[in-house]
Design a protein. Structure first.
Length: 72
């Protein structure tokens, strides 16, 4: 397969918008998938700079608050 490149910043911005969603289609599983993919891309490209929870008081593991975050 030919190698293609993507703009990591554009992908990161898109992922952060998806992680802020709160409509019925933005399930915990959907957000877990976004987190997994964006972390892999950021680590692989040397661009991982951490993340923050949108609401620290709602960040228990395996909850919607845990995957409602913003990556840098």
């Amino acid at each position: 397969m030919p190698r293609k490149t993507v703009n990591v910043k554009e992908l990161l911005d898109y992922a952060n918008v998806q992680l802020l969603r709160n409509d019925e289609d933005a399930t915990k599983e959907f957000k877990e998938g976004i987190c997994g993919m964006v972390e892999k891309i950021l680590h692989s490209s040397g661009n991982y700079n951490g993340f923050m929870f949108i609401r620290n008081e709602d960040s228990e593991v395996n909850t919607m608050g845990y995957v409602t975050r913003k990556y840098f």
